[in-house]
Design a protein around this ligand. Structure first.
Ligand code: NAP
Length: 248
């Protein structure tokens, strides 16, 4: 049987949990060889096992995406394992809720290292190969709070706002050479990472037309759309998957 991503490989950062895990499963279901990247081998092995049990192809790549070296080394290992990387999903992210006047430089650097620097150097390492082949897809995961100001989200929102701009800049830079670069912008989504928010997630979600948090699978569907040729004329777009929050 042939699926849309058969013969293609996809590197999913933060593939061990939440939106990344759901994306890894969705892309594997479409036939991709999925490279699941994260720090936690226990969670990584679980995702790989779940994919293989369904007849899919996956491997775990352990990484702590703290700097350029880590990003370039992850890209190189992914390329070595799969031959090449056709789809890059920049999903790994942290989203601490904190007041600007309570933010340390360590907090600031940690958020920007994972949310901005890691995608930047993964793209720097992988996009030239894609461009040389004239074929490749990059999907960035941003957030609705990159689109409007929200108290407590200055650090996180600004890091993802940088990724929104990078999505457009990379579409301009690599699009003419066959690489499509797009982003999804989720609203509140139930994941392991947001579990600690408890009822606050529902309160946040209640401001949107959908009135409820989304599931990781709902965001993964949008990422899968952008990763396949179904979106072949979509470049530099930001697809909100936020229950309508930024529309109202
Ligand atoms: P999550 O459940 O908290 O999982 C975070 C993922 O990032 C894990 O796979 C984790 O892997 C990985 N990660 C964290 N630090 C890392 C590091 N230093 N190096 C490498 N990997 C690291 O996340 P989520 O809620 O699914 O969110 C995924 C993405 O969606 C993030 O970019 C987030 O900003 C965005 N987003 C989420 C929501 C939401 O409501 N959930 C809303 C809008 C946007 P290990 O633990 O294995 O390292």
């Amino acid at each position: 049987m042939t699926f849309e991503l058969t013969g293609r490989s996809a590197l999913v950062t933060g593939g061990t949990s939440g939106i990344g895990r759901a994306t890894a499963l969705a892309l594997a279901n479409l036939g991709a060889h999925v490279l699941v990247a994260g720090r936690d081998p226990r969670r990584g092995d679980e995702v790989v096992r779940a994919i293989r049990e369904k007849g899919g192809k996956a491997d775990f790549l352990a990484t702590d995406l703290r700097d350029e070296d880590a990003a370039r080394s992850l890209a190189a290992r992914a390329r070595e394992l799969a031959g090449r990387v056709d789809v890059l999903v920049n999903n790994a992210g942290i989203y601490p809720f904190m007041a600007t006047d309570e933010t340390s430089e360590i907090d600031f650097d940690a958020v920007y290292a994972l949310n901005v620097k890691a995608p930047y150097f993964l793209v720097a390492e992988l996009a030239p190969d894609m461009a040389a082949r004239g074929d490749g897809v990059i999907v960035n995961v941003t957030t609705m709070v990159a689109e409007f100001g929200m108290s407590g989200m200055a650090l996180y929102g600004s890091s993802k706002a940088a990724v929104v701009l990078l999505t457009k800049a990379w579409a301009a830079e690599y699009g003419p050479r066959g690489v499509r670069v797009n982003a999804v912008s989720p609203g509140p989504v139930q994941t392991a990472g947001t579990a600690a928010m408890g009822d606050d997630l529902d309160v946040l979600a209640s401001a949107a037309p959908a009135g409820r948090p989304g599931s990781a699978d709902e965001v993964a569907e949008a990422i899968a759309f952008l990763a396949t040729d179904r979106s072949s004329f979509v470049h530099g777009a930001l697809l909100p998957v936020d229950g309508g929050r930024i529309a109202v």
